[in-house]
Design a protein around this ligand. Structure first.
Ligand code: ATP
Ligand code: MG
Length: 482
């Protein structure tokens, strides 16, 4: 069976409510006890005072045993509070009593039947009496009567006071206390609910956030501004998730790189194998064609055909060379070079390709650019590849701009941009892939090779292009690789 589960909020409210109820009940109980005691004490004192008054007023007739005089006096005093009065003689026998005593049973006995009674003696007792079938709570008070300095008791007077009024007052007090207590409990419970809400809302948010994050949403931020331990926890949680997000991205990136590297390695293995197999027969074909061409006896049209065949062979040769270049894993041959001079050399290498097109090359090299430590041959390959692409992208007329300068104290930046045909955005992510080409005579290894070399230098290469407007390549490399 599933155990019933209470939320922290409900538990908190239940505990606090129980606590408040027990506290309020305890306080009420104590207050009530004291209040009832005080009221009872007051009634008792009042009773003694009345009894003393009656005794004093009737002292004279009592000393003369004037039964009639006393009776007349006391009969007048009976009302619904003072229920009865009884005077006792020396022998504790009822001497005079009000008529009202007939209404009650068992009240005639004096309480001073034995013992040594002094003037200070006070007797009181609360009892239930029946009057016309109705129970009345009564406080009986008896005091002794002493005449002058006499050492022995002359008699005593007992009165019966109705406690109904006192109980009414007690009931009223109880009601007020109950109302106060109830109000206190309600206020307490409301406060507990508000407090519980305040405490548990951030916890709820935290739990919701944790669930979201556990489902893989690492971008979720828990927003708690309560400024307490929960807020601290949420902050730490957010820190943790952003770290998780970062490592997740890093892992993904590393994975991608690993897959790419694997891919490149297998492409490399396969293509080098093929390239090697092709190279020897190709060289022999090439040599044989050249041999035939050297023969002066062949006809002009035969010479032309052989020339075309040789061109084709040369192209295959270039492709094979490109593949071998790309696939070969070589260590960088690092040395100190001037970046502008490497660029200038690259421009010289492609100057032949500029023929037949109206292309201006604009150079902007930062003056006093410090030397860099690179593999100049490889870097030259990168620049010539990029410049070749730019030339090929420009149909007849255009501009190629080369900017070189410091990016910051540790890196240099080279920008090569052209006003060529641009690259459609849908193929932009693929242009660095090996063998990706849109050209009929291209191998698609130029940019893949460039990227490989830049990454070997611990740098980066980025492309920005807009169809019809032109293309910009941005290369960043460290001045000295680690
Ligand atoms: N500057 C550029 N302007 C327009 N398109 C470009 C530019 N540079 C590269 N490209 C596009 O990227 C593709 C890949 O370029 P990459 O240099 O890798 O191969 P390629 O030039 O086609 O062949 P090759 O191996 O002979 O260089 C190109 O086919 C071309 O579509
Ligand atoms: Mg190219």
């Amino acid at each position: 069976m599933k155990k019933k589960r209470f939320s922290i909020k409900v538990k908190f409210i239940i505990y606090v409510t129980l606590l408040i109820i027990s506290l309020v009940s305890l306080i009420l109980f104590i207050i009530e006890k004291r209040e009832v005691n005080t009221i009872f004490e007051e009634s008792k004192n009042k009773g003694f005072l009345i009894a003393k008054n009656i005794a004093d007023l009737n002292l004279k007739p009592f000393l003369f045993w004037d039964k009639k005089g006393i009776k007349e006096n006391i009969e007048k005093q009976i009302d619904n509070k003072l229920l009865y009065i009884i005077f006792y003689d020396k022998e504790n026998k009822p001497f005079v009593a009000t008529d009202s005593t007939k209404n009650f049973k068992g009240i005639y006995k004096s309480s001073y039947l034995k013992g040594n009674i002094t003037p200070e003696h006070r007797y009181f007792n609360s009892l239930n009496l029946k009057k016309n079938g109705k129970t009345i709570r009564v406080l009986e008070v008896e005091i002794p009567i002493f005449a002058g300095d006499s050492k022995s008791k002359w008699g005593s007077v007992k009165i019966g006071l109705s406690l109904e009024e006192m109980y009414m007052e007690i009931r009223r007090t109880r009601l007020i206390l109950l109302l106060l207590g109830g109000g206190g409990i309600i206020i307490g419970i409301i406060s507990a609910i508000i407090l519980a809400q305040r405490i548990t809302n951030p916890i709820k948010k935290l739990v919701e956030g944790t669930i979201k994050i556990s489902k893989g949403d690492f971008t979720y931020k828990i927003n708690i501004t309560s400024g307490d331990e929960i807020a601290d926890l949420a902050e730490k949680f957010n820190e943790m998730t952003s770290k998780l997000l970062k490592s997740k991205k890093e892992i993904e990136e590393a994975n991608k790189k690993l897959i790419q590297a694997e891919k490149l390695a297998s492409i490399g293995r396969i293509s080098t194998g093929i390239a090697h197999e092709i190279r020897n027969p190709l060289t022999s074909v090439k040599l044989n064609i050249q041999k035939v061409l050297n023969d002066a006896n062949i006809k002009d049209d035969e010479r032309e055909h052989l020339g075309i065949a040789l061109e084709g062979i040369n192209q295959i040769d270039k492709i094979v060379k490109d593949i071998l270049d790309f696939a070969r894993v070589t260590r960088l041959n690092l040395d100190e070079f001037s970046l502008p001079s490497i660029i200038e050399e690259s421009i010289k290498l492609i100057s032949n390709e500029l023929k037949g097109k109206k292309i201006t090359i604009e150079k902007s090299f930062e003056s006093n650019l410090p030397t860099i430590i690179v593999d100049a041959d490889k870097l030259r390959q990168v620049f010539t590849n990029l410049l070749m692409n730019s030339i090929e992208a420009i149909e007849r007329k255009g501009k190629i701009k080369i900017i070189a300068g410091a990016k910051n104290r540790k890196f240099v930046k080279i920008i090569i941009s052209d006003t060529g045909c641009g690259i459609p955005s849908e193929i932009l992510p693929e242009i660095f892939e090996p063998f990706f080409t849109t050209k009929s005579s291209g191998t698609g290894l130029g940019l893949a090779n460039a990227k490989k070399i830049i990454e070997q230098h611990k740098g980066s290469i980025q492309v920005f292009s807009e169809r019809g407007k032109g293309t910009t390549f941005e290369i960043i490399i460290p001045r000295r690789p680690k």
